[in-house]
Design a binder for this molecule. Structure first.
Ligand code: SF4
Ligand code: SF4
Length: 135
């Protein structure tokens, strides 16, 4: 599937992990979109500090990458938020920017790296939390 749109191609960037901040108070929309079973799984993953218990905070990598829940994968956005496949690229980029902004800020190095990577097809990083699989 082509993920190109407006000269930006979604891809994950290293040293981020912003979408793995799962505090239910700040992720209400995501939580509401999940099935009852997935919501339970989600809530069990929330650590006392709001971060996913499976995130290695030092490396910002998912410790259960190969067995992470389906809702952690970028393709799940289509089903969860009823978006068209052709809009996934833009939607995913916006989601990442929102998460990165809320965790690190718009002027952060992570935001700068993310913006650089999505504008440079060769600049992406093999993932991390695995969300690069959407490309
Ligand atoms: S998917 Fe987006 S928000 Fe999540 S770790 Fe990757 S770049 Fe960061
Ligand atoms: S990708 Fe891994 S670390 Fe991130 S929320 Fe999912 S299980 Fe947790």
């Amino acid at each position: 599937m082509s993920m190109k749109a407006e000269n930006e191609t979604w891809q994950c960037t290293k040293n981020c992990g912003a979408c793995c901040f799962l505090d239910p108070l700040q992720r209400e929309d995501a939580l509401k979109a999940l099935s009852e079973e997935d919501a339970l799984t989600y809530l069990k993953m929330v650590g006392l500090d709001g971060w996913c218990i499976h995130l290695d905070k030092a490396t910002k990598k998912c410790k259960i990458y190969s067995s992470r829940p389906e809702f952690c994968k970028i393709h799940s956005l289509i089903k969860l938020f009823h978006i068209k496949r052709q809009n996934l690229n833009r939607y995913a980029i916006n989601c990442c920017r929102e998460h990165i902004s809320s965790i690190y800020g718009n002027e952060s190095t992570v935001m700068r790296d993310f913006n650089h990577n999505i504008r440079n097809e060769n600049g992406g990083d093999e993932k991390l939390c695995g969300k690069k699989t959407a490309r």
